[in-house]
Design a protein around this ligand. Structure first.
Ligand code: NAD
Length: 440
């Protein structure tokens, strides 16, 4: 069985490599020539731990190849995964233009029975739309080929994507044809026989599961973030609140870490998209809407916390450590650092920024205020002569920083630890004007 993966981004590249690792022949296709050129040179265009090693192994074994040729990909594949982006439109709804572009191409080049698998996160009804688009093009070609659509949403986490695809918590398959369901069992044979839980369901349920999962996690984060704000006001400790809450088996300790707000390519866009789906179907999703608003508030509160504690930041230099939306990724999409930096600059601050992987993308995302930002070589370079240091993303190397060295080279003594990574250090409060999140 030959697999085509259309869209070789964070999801497509990892999924393609892992399917090859499962022993399948995989063609990874993308429209961006530079991306494919890099992959053909054995380079991975994104930062994803462990991906290169498995990719090299499977390239060497001849199980995976990379191309920009969509005709070849469609014609040569029995199963075609759609893994293109579904970015938000201005009204929050998912933009399906890339998905439908792929559907058009499948219609144009389909040459026999194919299973088309939607991996992208898409609103309910998209499978039907993909089906109609392929059928319309087939009608224009005056051709008839059988095909089935399957919804197989992806749950990987950036930074842990390889492990998540090798050993997923569950695999969701939405289908409306037994033939397609049998093909999917073969595609995921390695997982299926190794007792990974499979949920075979209808397509509408599969499409909704993905949004429901992400929205629930976003709600959980916004919930604990609001508890952090409340804890600061009432003199409580959000970490102890979260720990005690997490001991309740019904709640679980995961996703109960307060921070500067959620970001990334999924939670912000998927929460807005599911609210938009609700609106279209006449159901207002108030809990999720609340989580979205709380997240915006959280980022603004972080700016206020810094500005107020420092008695204004005009003309002051602030070191920002961690730009990517979470550690172990270079993804800057909707990262809280963007809003926080913009807010601080608006208040007159100068920024010295460092992130192990996020700086390349940050430079163009923050291009409109670039004259206020200096990108630094490393974390110590960033804090040198700074009036304040703000930890935004909890990269391991920031946890291990020497506080004494920081103190020696900083001009001021404010440390805003928005991830509470140094909160347990016995000396941090005597060395700095230390401001953790949601506790003293
Ligand atoms: P991405 O932007 O990293 O990758 C998408 C790729 O698709 C890009 O390389 C782009 O060039 C390519 N593309 C666009 N149009 C194309 C076309 N017509 N033909 C071929 N390639 C085309 O996006 P991503 O982060 O991989 O996300 C893809 C989908 O998976 C989205 O719907 C997203 O919501 C979902 N998802 C993402 C994650 C994540 O952590 N990134 C996790 C689960 C699900």
């Amino acid at each position: 069985m030959r697999i085509g993966v259309v869209g070789t981004g964070y999801v497509g590249s990892v999924q393609g490599v892992i399917l090859a690792e499962f022993g399948l022949d995989v063609i990874c296709m993308d429209v961006i020539e530079e991306k494919i050129a890099l992959l053909l040179q054995g380079k991975v265009p994104i930062y994803e731990p462990g991906l290169k090693e498995i990719m090299d192994k499977n390239v060497a074994a001849g199980r995976i190849l990379f191309t920009t040729d969509v005709k070849y990909t469609v014609e040569s594949s029995d199963v075609i995964f759609i893994a293109v982006g579904t970015p938000p439109k201005d009204d929050g709804s998912a933009d399906l233009k890339y998905v439908l572009e792929v559907a058009q191409n499948i219609g144009k080049y389909i040459n026999g029975y194919k299973v088309i698998v939607n991996k992208s996160t898409v609103p309910v009804g998209t499978a039907q739309l993909v089906k109609e688009t392929i059928q319309t093009v087939l009608n224009e070609r005056n051709m008839e080929y059988p095909f089935d659509i399957v919804s197989n949403p992806e749950f990987l986490r950036e930074g842990k994507a390889v492990g998540d695809c090798l050993k997923p918590d569950r695999v969701v398959i939405g289908f409306d044809s037994d033939r397609a369901a049998e093909v999917m069992k073969k595609v995921y044979d390695v997982l299926y026989i190794n007792e990974t839980p499979f949920i075979f369901t209808d397509i509408e349920t599969a499409e909704t599961i993905k949004y429901a999962s992400n929205a629930f996690l976003a709600v959980k984060i916004s919930f604990i973030n609001e508890m952090a704000l409340l804890a600061e006001k009432v003199g409580a400790n959000v970490q102890e609140i979260a720990r005690a809450m997490g001991m309740d088996g019904r709640i679980s300790p995961k996703f109960l870490h307060a921070g500067p707000g959620y970001g990334g390519s999924c939670f912000p866009k998927d929460t807005k998209a599911i609210v938009d789906i609700g609106r279209k179907y006449g159901e207002e999703l108030k809990v999720i809407q609340g989580a979205i608003e709380a997240n915006e508030k959280q980022k603004q509160r972080m700016v206020e916390k810094i500005v107020n504690r420092m008695n204004g930041v005009k003309g002051k230099t602030i070191a920002i450590l961690g730009l990517s939306f979470k550690p172990e990724t270079d993804d800057m999409r909707d990262a809280p650092s963007i809003d926080i930096i913009n807010g601080l600059v608006k208040n007159g601050a100068r920024i010295k920024a460092y992130c192990p992987q996020g700086m390349k993308e940050a430079k163009w995302r923050l291009a409109t205020i670039e004259e206020h930002i200096q990108y630094c070589e490393n974390e110590y370079d960033a804090v040198q002569n700074a009036d304040a240091t703000v930890f935004i993303t909890e990269w391991h190397q920031f946890r291990g920083m020497s506080l004494q060295r920081m103190k020696d080279i900083m001009k001021g003594d404010f440390v805003f630890d928005l991830r509470n990574i140094h909160v347990k250090d016995r000396h941090v409060r005597t060395m700095f004007n230390y401001c953790p999140l949601g506790r003293n």
